[in-house]
Design a protein around this ligand. Sequence first.
Ligand SMILES: [Zn+2]
Length: 467
Amino acid sequence: MRILLVAFFLLVFSSPRAHPQSRLGAPAIRLTNVTVIDVRGGKARPGMTVTIVDGRITAIVPNGTPGEATGRRIDASGKFLIPGLWDMHVHLLFGDWFPGARDISLPLFIANGVTGVRDMGSDLEPVLEWRKAIDAGTLLGPRIVTPGPMLDGPEPRFPSSIAIKTPEDGRHAVRELKRRGADFIKFQSLIPRDAVFAIADEAKKHGLVVAGHVPDAVRASEASTAGQKSFEHLIGIFEGSSPAEDEFLKGSKGPGRFLAAYDPKRARVLAELLAKNRTWQCPTLVWERGGNLIDENDFPHDPRAKYVPSYWKDKTWRRFTDQITHEFNTDDLATRKRFVEKELEVVGALHRAGVPFLAGTDTPPGVFVFPGFSLHEELQLFVRAGFTPREALETATLNPAIYLGLEKRLGTVETGKFADLVLLDANPLEDIRNTQQISAVIVRGRYLARADLDSLLAHAETAAGRQ
Ligand SMILES: [Zn+2]
């Protein structure tokens, strides 16, 4: 498959060299008559010309502005330009649980306009190899930040994990991951309490961010105060919004209990703390629904099923599904439905309290959560939670850039920024579902037209069929 992808890459990008070339060989381009979407201010600026040279946006001017006409002209009349999307919770290479992931997930991300991903737990060295190949232009894929393996308790439940028994284990793991080139530290649920704080302390010393699950043994407020930068899956939020928090910490949780014990006053206090500490929330709403309502899923009729290898479906997802059905989904379906609606309400309340949000999906360990495609569902769920379409778009564009400290380079359509962009056939500020109307994706200045994206999808489908 690597050969196929490289061949595809050469096919797409070996057009005659009539225009100024970037270092990586992407010809300069000029999108004319395009409507530029400003995710910060919420304005749509029609009739613009956007010039891209050497992988960067070099000019955004009204059509017909005098000056040198650089690059291949692409008529973008009637189209809308947004920043490339980030999925802030994925697993690129999860032990041997998702064979073929490189040749399936990477093209699916790009074909869906996902030009950046925050990996939340993978085997480190292979992912760093992918990143190198992507940077060198020999592999097509999104920008990647990765923690490498996740830190978990003495007996981790998942692959790509490091077992932590003691605070010293935790400190050692942080130093080792730093040495091996990890970008940050990922918490899983089972880390012992004293090790949690030791890891947070050691990470701070080495300039590494800590993100992930709020470990079972600590309160959300404690994790936030200890400097954990993002919480995943709303873990700790319902616990901390209840007078029964200490009981929940001992292990008796579940949607029914969370609903019964929810206390709006406590929820407000926690929200204020998270807003004050700027503790980012990546609620993975699409997976919250998927997991809690797993018995409602209609995978066989999903048109995206063809991108899923039988191994993922019949082995990995089946294992999760069985576990969820027998161990976690002990509440009846009506209760679980009320819970996922309550989650949207809670996300809306946190948002109004000023807590910052990131869009993430947990693909592919999240059962029936598809690389690339599901990020768009996540944006729609943010709108259902009360975000405006602009605010939802922000969770996958400007907010990831701010979170990662890359605001000067990514996150908006502005001169000087990297040319990771998505061209849409309809305005996403009017209806967030329009992010799925993808006309083209620009990756590091390379223009992938609809036909190219369809080829990527076909390649992913072929790769899925081989596993
Ligand atoms: Zn995850």
